[in-house]
Design a protein around this ligand. Sequence first.
Ligand code: TYD
Length: 211
Amino acid sequence: MKGLFVTFEGIDGAGKSTHVEGLAQAFRERGRSVTLTREPGGTPLAEKLRTLVLNDAMDALTEALLVFAARRDHLQQLIEPALARGDVVLCDRFTDATFAYQGGGRGYDRQVLRVLEGWVQARPGTQALRQPDLTIWFDLDPAVAAQRLAGARLPDKFEAQPVEFFRRVAAGYADRLAESPSRFARIDAAQSRESVWQEVLAAVQQRGLLA
Ligand code: TYD
């Protein structure tokens, strides 16, 4: 079995998390070994960095350096070994989130983010960076997402941002899709949970990734 790397993206409140679990189940039912993980996080060190990034005030470059540091550890300790074993790696957020949140939301220089992406995702012996085989983007109007999040729980640093911030985040995701359209499946996350799930399944099946 060849390793498969699928990432899940969207603004806070877009409802991706239940579908990450659902897809893990679908792959397991078909006999695949699944590594389910998230960013920032996924290793003990990266989870410590996650706590800092989600709770402490810091400038956008510091934020970008911390999420990429977490990503480096995550890739080396967890993702690359899992892919080498032939696992399906399902990751709740990855580098597109950095371009969307730090690049779009916070307005940080995307050229610098590209340099960091190049360093962190470099693979010895090849020119190509490690990138997801498929990225499922749960696209939802930020006003609707804000309604869904309201009162759900104590918001973290990002969830507490105003709707305009999430408009810039969503635009950041749209830019990433425009740069790599074949890597992305964009799903209209305003639909019912069941319809969204059917689209998630279809996206994976159409690409021949799930029998
Ligand atoms: P999220 O994935 O929404 O987890 P939960 O469902 O537990 O809230 O939270 C991660 C937050 O981190 C989210 O608001 C986006 C942000 N983030 C960045 O700003 N940059 C990044 O590179 C990543 C991976 C996440």
